[in-house]
Design a protein around this ligand. Structure first.
Ligand code: AHR
Length: 317
């Protein structure tokens, strides 16, 4: 786990949480526990949070958990000890957070969930959850597939590269997709395994799929990075990605959009990493004692190959 502080605070303010500095933009200190640096999406998300903290005058204590829940729990406990004003984190997996969240609540430090959800029954343990609707993302992926194969009756063999096991995006993108394609028995998920949201693992698992599973028609990858790794495996096996095997991914980071424009990916469901400005806004409101909605859903779209060509040059991340 690496920890770093950045951003700046100015002046003093009313007490916001467990710290001696307060809300309203006056000298807020936020402890932020990031999942890791597993993907292009994550890199863009980290930059968004760090840049927005600077712009908002928030002192950010940032830690990278390297995709390990134990590191996130350690980081949150350290933020509690340091008496930060507010804690924000993107939980690597959904379960197992109640104890540490109760410790934060006991110390009177508000918590904001960003990007990923927790499965805690006690929703008083956090103030709000800012991020995408991952089930909807999975449904959008499934809807494209249903439309693409609407005229065929032959079986469609799908392999799935799941995100990190136990994470909200892996659980929900799988469920949303399964719900939509489940309405037509010609769609068959013939293999489904985690690629941990990384390019290297995406390549490795796709190589195994190609050896063990004949006649793959479609790859559904829960993020661009795994899809990009899988493209290397598909090309390595002498097949043409986007043609021999149709590919759907999620995120729409620049490398993914480039592959979409190049015809190697067929469809991308957007998941925006630019959560920083809304996060800083919500943090200030919480520390000012203002009401915030319990759930803030990120606005997102989808991209075809033609649409990717049009927006590629202006893509921010
Ligand atoms: O939680 C968001 C997901 O995490 C992104 O889709 C993926 O790329 C990242 O690793």
């Amino acid at each position: 786990m690496s920890v770093a502080a950045c951003g700046s605070g100015g002046g003093s303010g009313s007490s916001g949480g467990g710290g001696d500095s307060g809300g309203g933009g006056d000298s807020i200190t936020m402890g932020f526990s990031q999942v890791g640096a597993e993907s292009g999406w994550r890199t863009a998300n980290t930059k968004s949070v760090q840049d927005s903290a600077k712009n908002a005058g928030v002192t950010l204590k940032f830690s990278d958990a390297q995709q390990k829940q134990e590191n996130q729990i350690k980081a949150i406990r350290s933020y509690i000890q340091q008496k930060v004003d507010i804690i924000a984190f993107s939980p690597v997996v959904e379960s197992g957070w109640d104890t540490v969240l109760k410790e934060a609540k006991g110390a009177n430090i508000p918590v904001i969930l960003t990007d990923r959800a927790v499965d805690s029954q006690d929703t008083s343990l956090y103030k709000t959850f800012l991020g995408s609707d991952f089930i909807e993302e999975g449904k959008k992926a499934g809807q494209w597939l249903v439309e693409e194969y609407k005229d065929g009756t032959d079986p469609v063999n799908i392999v799935e590269l799941q995100g990190t096991t136990g994470s909200a995006p892996a659980n929900d993108r799988k469920a949303g997709f399964a719900e939509v394609i489940g309405a037509d028995p010609k769609f068959k998920v013939v293999a489904s395994q985690t690629g941990d949201f990384t390019r290297a693992k995406g390549k490795e698992v796709m190589e195994a799929f190609l050896k063990s599973t004949p006649d793959i028609d479609v790859l559904y990858a829960h993020n661009d990075d795994m899809g990009l790794g899988a493209i290397e495996a598909i090309e390595g096996a002498g097949k043409v990605p986007g043609q021999d095997i149709k590919i759907i991914t999620v995120d729409a980071v620049k490398d993914g959009m480039q592959a979409l424009a190049d015809g190697k990916i067929n469809y991308i469901v957007e998941c925006s990493p630019l959560l920083g400005p809304q996060l800083m806004d919500l943090a200030k409101k919480v520390l000012n004692g203002e009401q915030v909605p319990p759930r803030v859903v990120t606005e997102e779209t989808t991209f075809t190959q033609e649409q990717a060509k049009q927006v590629l040059s202006t893509r921010q991340y």
